[in-house]
Structures are given as C-alpha cells and as structure tokens.
Ligand binder design. Structure first.
Ligand SMILES: *Cc1c(COP(=O)(O)O)cnc(C)c1O
Length: 390
C-alpha cells in the first residue's frame, strides 16, 4: 500500500540522540558491556519529596483533566521562581505549563512562525530546533560557530543574519550540546540587536541551574522592559530536578503570545499530566539542596573528562561552563563524526552522539551525566580507539 505522507512530515529527520540512546540501551539489554555517553538526562534519581507529592496526588484522586495550561498552583509557583531567581515579574496567566520543555519550544515556534519566516539558530544547536521550525513551515537560518569562540555567536554575526523575514532568534545558554555559557555582557549585546530589529527571542534556559566555577546564568528578559517584551523564556523540570520522564516544561511570554499558546495547547495536548504537575509544585517550592550535591559531582566528572579528552592525541576540547556535556573536536582523527561514533560503538561499545546531529561534524557530544566509573572506562576506550586512527 502506498501511503501519502505530508511534505511537512517527510522533511523531518528523527532524533539521533534518542536513537543512539535506545541502541545503546538495547545492546546493554543483550548483555553487552556498553558505556553510554549519549543520554541527555541526569543520572540522579528524582528527589523523594517530589515523588511523594505525585504519589499523594494519585492517592487523593487528582487524576482528571486540569486547565490546559496547568493548575493555578503550579503557574503561580513558576511565576514565583522567575521573581526569586531572575527578578522577572510574570503573572500566572503569562505562564504555560506543557508536556516537557521540548513541547514548550514547539508551542512557541508554532505560535510565532509560518511559511516565509526565518528563524536564526546558532550551531551547534539542540537538534530539535531546526526540525520544529520546519514543522511550522518556516526556514531555519543556521549561524555556524566553532570551539575557537567557545561556540558562541557574535553580535556581528547575528546582525548580519537578520532580514525583514526574521521572526525569531533561538538562544540556548547554557547550551546543549556544547556546555557553553554566554556572559551577561554577551547576552545583553545579542538582546539589544533583537530589540533594535524587532526580532523575538526564544530563550531556552532549561540548564539555568547547571553552571560551574561560580559563573552565573543571565536571562535576556531581565535587561529592560523592551528585552522582556521581546523574549519568550522556555524552561522545565527535566534537568534541575531529574524529571525527564515526567514530561513537564513551561514557558513565560508576553500576554498576547501566552494567550495564543494556551489556545494551541487546548486543541493539541490539553493539560500536562495532572499528578506530574503536583510533583512540579513540590520541585519548585520545596528544598533545592540536592542541586549542591549534583553540581559537586558534575564538577568532578567534568574536570576529569575534560582533562582526559585533551590528553588524547588528535582530540581537543574546550571546557564546558554549564549543562552536562563536553563537545570535543575530533576532526584531526580523519573520520566524519557519524563514522567515528558508529565505529566507536561497534569496536569499543561506547555510545556518543556525532556532532553532525547538532550541525557540527567536527565534534562529538559526550554527556557526563553518568557515573565516574563509567566515565573512566569510557574514556579509556575512546583513547584506545583514537590511537588506532593516528
Ligand atoms: C532537555 C532539553 C529541553 C527540554 O527537555 P524536556 O525533556 O522536553 O523537558 C529543552 N531544551 C534543551 C536544550 C534541552 O537539552
């Protein structure tokens, strides 16, 4: 039978990170000794008080539809979080809770972009952004960066890329896949240009809490009323509370945009899972001290992995300032990133994501959200593999 597939759907590439992760998990299930550097999720357990809140919600019968943009209690907790952490004032009506930060991104793009519109995306990018832009029939405009600038776009690069058709600039700091973090001054310079040119910013701040060496995250919305008016912040529970499977993300936007996203969501997914939202309230309003422990652990792993990668002949790696990824340059080893990763998985049973998935074929993404023992074992194997190439 010949099925007609929409142009929209046939243009998509499936998520390579999810594909590699499931291949590695399958190899593990077959009893193979696989080291997984592929996962984009914390290896820590969701804190107990968050689980308890969701369990109690189920036991209490909180298992029915909720308002499609989230329960008032959670939208208020999110508004409080923006006030507390970022000095930003949002009314609960400007906050939309969605089925994961990914869903929040998609809602933003669907609500603001259409055919003929351009969306500026710095590369290396989170691999879903360009695909979401294509799903909305708009055009991704990729700005390439490299390890020489710590994977950050310059104000000049952004200014040159803006055309009368530019609708949205996607900013993700700290970054997945590179771990880079823009400074306050750098964020402001990019934000100023968007304000001047009337371009909206989708600021994906999901890694806000995962920054190292005393560095600080700055939200572009916080610089002035105009910056606030041009920004939609995307955020979620997945990374800071290790709640990836709960599917709980959120966005904060100027009122007119929040209103249309509310309508989109009411006709697509309706509300995010009722009892997961109770867990979200516990996450935001409860103790945050797990973060200290996690950050200390990530810091140790990052330093170790960074130093080990740089000691491998032919590999160089800038240190990450945030998130839980390193993005080593492997171009001197003479393989494309997909060949490198395919052979690494085959020969050494190490799963890493090829940079090409993020628009940067000279690199790999290594997630250090895995145990120190795994990191040591995995890097021994990568080193052995790299030596067969030089
Ligand atoms: C993990 C992640 C998200 C959100 O993930 P969800 O699991 O959908 O909440 C959004 N942006 C980036 C860059 C991410 O890495």
């Amino acid at each position: 039978m010949q099925y007609k597939i929409s142009h929209r759907a046939s243009c998509l590439s499936p998520s390579l990170t999810l594909a590699i992760d499931s291949k590695a998990k399958q190899m593990k299930a077959e009893g193979l000794d696989v080291v997984g550097f592929g996962a984009g999720e914390p290896d820590f357990d969701t804190p107990q008080h968050i689980k308890d809140a969701a369990i109690k919600a189920i036991a209490d019968g909180f298992t029915k539809y909720t308002p499609s943009s989230g329960i008032p209690e959670l939208r208020q907790a999110i508004a409080d979080k923006f006030k507390r952490d970022n000095g930003l004032t949002y009314k609960p009506s400007q906050v939309i809770v969605s089925c994961g930060g990914k869903h929040s991104c998609y809602n933003v793009i669907l609500a603001t972009c259409e055919e003929g519109d351009e969306v500026i995306i710095p590369a290396p990018y989170w691999l879903s952004y360009p695909e979401m832009v294509k799903l909305a029939s708009a055009t991704p405009v990729i700005l390439n960066t490299s390890d020489k600038t710590e994977f950050k776009v310059t104000p000049d690069q952004l200014r040159t890329a803006i055309t009368p058709r530019t609708r949205l600039f996607i900013l993700n700091s700290p970054s997945n896949p590179t771990g880079s973090l823009y400074s306050r001054e750098e964020i402001q310079a990019l934000g100023d240009i968007c304000v001047e040119k009337g371009v909206l910013i989708m600021s994906d701040e999901i890694y806000e809490k995962l920054v190292y060496d005393g560095a600080a995250h700055t939200s572009v919305a916080a610089f002035s009323q105009s910056h606030y008016d041009h920004t939609i912040i995307v955020h979620g529970m997945a990374k800071a509370y290790s709640m990836t499977g709960w599917r709980l993300g959120y966005l904060a936007a100027p009122e007119p945009i929040a209103k249309v996203i509310d309508a989109i969501q009411s006709h697509s997914t309706s509300n995010p899972t009722s009892f997961a939202q109770k867990g979200g309230v516990a996450a935001l309003n409860g103790p945050q001290d797990h973060l200290q422990t996690w950050l200390a652990e990530y810091t140790k792993r990052r330093s170790y992995a960074h130093q080990r990668l740089n000691s491998i002949p032919g590999v160089s790696c800038v240190n990450a300032k945030g998130a839980f990824y390193l993005f080593p340059n492997i171009s001197r080893l003479g393989l494309s990133s997909s060949d490198f990763c395919a052979r690494l998985l085959e020969q050494e049973k190490v799963a890493a994501v090829p940079g090409v998935a993020f628009g940067a074929d000279e690199y790999l993404r290594i997630s250090y959200a895995t145990s120190m023992a795994n990191i040591e074992k995995g890097l021994d194997r990568i080193e052995r593999f790299a030596k067969t190439l030089t």
